[in-house]
Design a protein around this ligand. Structure first.
Ligand SMILES: *Cc1c(COP(=O)(O)O)cnc(C)c1O
Length: 391
């Protein structure tokens, strides 16, 4: 039965399973073999060829979730990003990237591309005109990320896709922050969708993986490079990721609901200066987010009022952990200045609007009341030291 046109949670649960013909077990059996009998020249099964039973099954699930014809899974989000980019770029080519990017992607481009003879431009803003302004004769790829890290800016999917089509350029998106639950860029004309599956797809902070989804033709091109780069994912992790995605719909929708409530609470709080969340009516791109997203996601950022020690605040949290990564079922916070964006330098951070007191909040599935209690007691601790030092 074809289940790829069913609803989200049905796809998460049922599409792309390895059927247990032998024992009729309820879940996909795990095939750890790295060696398979030779059948014919066109069908050589091998983990690095991305075609073991568990890999092939999970790719069907991810393709269905992103409304794509095909998908591939990788050993990390960066393996997925670098392979997808390099499949469409060669020496002499140029890529246009949005300025606010995941730190690892920024590093890949600025540290590695020159040695391959690939040039790049970052946009000054996020409107389609800002992308068009950077297009050159040799531009082959436009690369976006929406919502972005850490300020949750929104880029116009339809506008960028139309621009790319007009110029005959391939458009790529890092869809990690939205997850396939909240945003399906292919429906808006974007060519290639990339995920760090380490985040919402995995969702339990215990898997490092990546995924790319697109047309069969584009995925064949990416595959030809992928098998040479060798960034495949271990079958054990493939199997774990399949299990994780079964609950992705209910996890992410719970995180959407919690994040919206937390954003509203923080927005009204007198100790909080700014809240960045696309689900708030105060977000400059709230209307655009409503058009292209089904939910606003579990990520938000906020700044404490001047005089509040952000690092003391983070250390005072008891339930909400301080963590480098994001998107797990547990709530975590991080200071972009000290971690993900520390390599950018003060000037580039200033340019991107990332203040030192900014706190990125990955909202989990806990009860909202408990998250609020935790933030209240941490703010209380910070306030008490502020009073003490004035005496
Ligand atoms: C984490 C992340 C990546 C990189 O993924 P890895 O799995 O760590 O390689 C890329 N983009 C975004 C938005 C991320 O959050």
């Amino acid at each position: 039965m074809n289940q790829t046109n069913k609803g989200l949670n049905t796809i998460c649960t049922h599409v792309g399973e390895v059927v247990d013909e032998q024992f009729k077990g309820a879940i996909s059996p795990l095939y750890m073999s790295t060696s398979y009998a030779f059948e014919d020249v066109d069908m050589k099964r091998y983990p690095r060829y991305f075609n073991t039973p568990n890999q092939e099954a999970l790719c069907l699930k991810i393709a269905a979730l992103e409304h794509a014809e095909a998908a591939l899974i990788f050993g990390s989000g960066m393996a997925a990003i670098s392979t997808a980019m390099m499949a469409f770029l060669r020496a002499g080519d140029h890529i246009v990237l949005q300025r606010t990017l995941y730190g690892g992607t920024y590093n890949l481009v600025t540290e590695e591309f020159e040695k391959f003879g690939i040039s790049y431009s970052f946009t000054d803003g996020l409107r389609p005109e800002d992308f068009e302004a950077k297009i050159q004769e040799n531009t082959k790829v436009i690369y976006i990320e929406t919502p972005s890290n850490p300020l949750l800016t929104i880029t116009d999917l339809k506008g960028v896709a139309a621009l790319a089509q007009k110029h005959g350029i391939v458009s790529m998106i890092d869809n990690t922050f939205a997850s396939p639950v909240n945003q399906n860029p292919i429906d808006f004309g974007i060519d290639i969708v990339i995920h760090s599956a380490t985040k919402y797809m995995g969702g339990h902070s215990d898997i490092c993986a990546g995924a790319v989804a697109s047309t069969k033709e584009n995925m064949e091109r990416i595959f030809q490079l992928a098998k040479n780069f060798g960034g495949s994912l271990s079958d054990y992790t493939v199997w774990l990721l399949e299990r994780s995605i079964k609950t992705m719909g209910i996890r992410v929708r719970a995180q959407n609901a919690n994040a919206l409530q937390m954003a509203e609470y923080l927005y009204k709080h007198e100790d909080i200066q700014n809240v960045y969340y696309p689900g708030l009516a105060s977000h400059p791109d709230h209307e655009l987010a409503k058009e292209q997203m089904k939910g606003f996601g579990g990520m938000l950022s906020f700044e404490l009022k001047e005089g509040f020690d952000a690092s003391k605040f983070q250390k005072s949290l008891q339930l909400i952990k301080s963590s480098m990564s994001l998107a797990g079922v547990e709530s975590t916070v991080l200071s972009p200045t000290q971690t993900s964006h520390s390599l950018l330098g003060a000037e580039e951070r200033e340019r991107q609007g990332i203040k030192d007191g900014l706190i990125r909040f990955s909202v989990g599935i806990e009860e909202v009341e408990d998250l609020i209690d935790d933030i209240e007691q941490a703010l209380e601790k910070v306030r008490s030291t502020m009073v003490a030092t004035t005496h």
